[in-house]
Design a protein around this ligand. Structure first.
Ligand code: SGN
Ligand code: CA
Length: 516
């Protein structure tokens, strides 16, 4: 009888036996959730140290996955960072170097590629790219910067819907309802675009005043007066001068009919505790103190940090909601979960808020990632990981080839314990453009190596800076003019030029030779 079993029928039997495994293998392609916040800096995340307050839910992602100590952005500002996320390219290649422009959404993006490869794709929350998302099965985004209270959302081109509530809670609600209604036979990729912690910082009602009993010491460089650093001296982003008592810190705001900004959108239930806190407590305290000079700057810093951290508290709490949702639905096991920000932020370092500069606090961005079964819990990596790497990595995770014109590389070799990390990049290239508004930061490009940072400012401030990060981690001493650095500078310039050529930044190449 066995003689009669043909090779063909053995094949058929094998296919019947193996098909479910192959199919389930396919449906086992991991889901991806990328929570991308706005201006949330690693100084404010306890997984990165205890400088400020606890962020238990972001910390949980790090504890169950990997924390990047050197995740960096290639142009430290909102829209450009998101355009880089989508395209895997530097600003000069994706055509989006400045905020408040129109992103060309006809270009190839990683969500579009995932969609063509069977993924369901969605973007919910802040996007801030001036055009509507393409390459997404579903979107529900905030127009522009969006509002914290009772924000509008756009789900279809001609349909703007106002939703009642606090933006971070609403974004989670929308994310959960999309996840509940998705096609469960296919993997998904969801970007949760948070508005928090963007200026002007408006905490959710339960978080008003939560950190008032804590006194946060001023950062060591708060009184920096920028000797030898013309661009830093020229900026307009200090807590002392630029930060506004009224609009930013809510001292004697206009409420009611002629209210400032989004306060006209408040419901009476929102208005009452808000008024009670900012008018009856904060503004009265301010009036009673009669502050000026350094004491006023120090008071502003306390108010800034307390509002910023209170706004971030809802962000962390809502990440907790998503974590519990993944646990309770069993999705956690096969879902890659990322938390990152579009860039870092100054928490008073150099006297600043905002971002833009190549200096450490805004060049770096927080980035933690959980990938069960692939990333060993509690991992930490010091590899230089850039936002041009995000798209190639997410394609890699989905088993899809990265197009040759994407400029980043999948960072999985850094975190899966299988890659050869000795060949990973040891220096990075940065280019910032927006000038003059809103914060008068001169355009610049530069290289950061493990030890040094060499920067060419152009435009109004036309010169070079060099920092030895080992000796001067706070970047206070520009040693570009020092004779002893001549060989080092020549070497760094060579490496910078090689990066400019590698990434094909023609504008920088042209400017390269002109620095003083
Ligand atoms: C607004 C803010 C700036 C901020 C930019 C860009 N001013 O203009 O402080 O740098 O957005 O932010 S505000 O008075 O409107 O708050 S980004 O996150 O979009 O890059
Ligand atoms: Ca931002």
């Amino acid at each position: 009888m066995w003689k009669n079993v043909s090779i063909r029928s053995v094949f058929v039997a094998l296919i019947v036996l193996l098909a479910p495994a192959v199919l389930s293998g396919q449906s086992k392609r991991p889901n991806i959730i990328f929570i991308l916040s706005d201006d949330h800096t690693s100084q404010a995340i306890s997984a990165y140290g205890n400088r400020y307050v606890q962020t238990p839910n972001i910390d949980r992602i790090a504890r169950e996955g990997v924390l990047f100590n050197h995740a960096m952005v290639t142009n430290s500002i909102c829209g450009p960072s998101r355009a880089t996320l989508l395209t895997g390219k530097y600003s000069h290649k994706n055509g989006y170097p400045l905020n408040e422009k129109q992103f060309d959404n006809t270009q190839r993006t990683f969500p579009g590629i995932l969609q063509q490869n069977g993924y369901q794709t969605a973007w919910i929350g802040k996007m801030h790219l001036g055009t509507l998302p393409r390459g997404f099965d579903y979107f529900n985004i905030l127009p522009g910067q969006g509002k914290y209270y009772n924000p509008d959302f756009i789900a279809t081109p001609n349909d703007t819907v106002r939703m009642n509530g606090y933006v971070t809670n609403l974004i989670t609600d929308l994310s959960v309802s999309w996840l509940n209604s998705r096609d469960t036979t296919r993997p998904f990729m969801l970007i949760v675009g948070e508005k928090a912690t963007h200026r002007e910082w408006l905490p959710d009602i339960p978080d008003l005043g939560v950190y008032d009993s804590i006194h946060f010491p001023l950062p060591a460089t708060f009184d920096d007066n920028y000797p030898g650093r013309l661009a830093a001296a020229h900026q307009d982003m200090t807590v002392a001068k630029t930060m506004r008592l009224k609009e930013d810190l809510k001292v004697h705001l206009n409420y009611g009919k002629n209210a400032y900004g989004e306060y006209s959108r408040f419901t009476p239930e929102q208005y009452a505790p808000f008024y009670q806190y900012y008018e009856n407590k904060v503004s009265r305290e301010f009036d009673s103190l009669h502050l000026s000079g350094e004491a006023l700057s120090a008071w502003k810093y306390q108010r800034y940090v307390k509002d910023y951290l209170a706004t971030a508290r809802s962000l962390d709490r809502n990440i907790g909601r998503l974590l519990r949702y993944l646990d309770s639905t069993g999705l956690a096991e096969n879902t890659v979960l990322i938390y990152g920000s579009d860039q870092g932020f100054y928490m008073g370092e150099h006297g600043w808020f905002d971002k833009r500069f190549i200096y450490e606090q805004s060049l770096h961005t927080p980035f933690v990632m959980r990938y069960p079964g692939v990333i060993t819990p509690g991992s930490v990596t010091n590899g230089f990981m850039l936002n041009i790497d995000w798209a190639p990595t997410l394609l890699d995770i989905a088993g899809v080839k990265t197009p040759a014109d994407m400029q980043g590389t999948s960072f999985m070799p850094l975190v899966n314990g299988k890659g050869d990390t000795s060949t990973w990049r040891k220096e990075m290239y940065y280019h910032y453009y927006e000038y003059p508004e809103p914060h008068h930061v001169s355009p610049h490009f530069g290289i950061r190596t493990q030890r040094y940072k060499l920067v060419r400012f152009y435009g109004p401030a036309d010169y070079w800076e060099l920092y030895d990060l080992q000796k001067d981690p706070q970047e206070l001493k520009n040693i570009y003019g020092e004779k002893s650095q001549a060989r080092n500078i020549a070497d760094l310039k060579k490496r910078l030029k090689a990066l400019i050529v590698q990434y094909d930044d023609k504008e920088a190449l042209q400017l390269f030779g002109e620095g003083k």
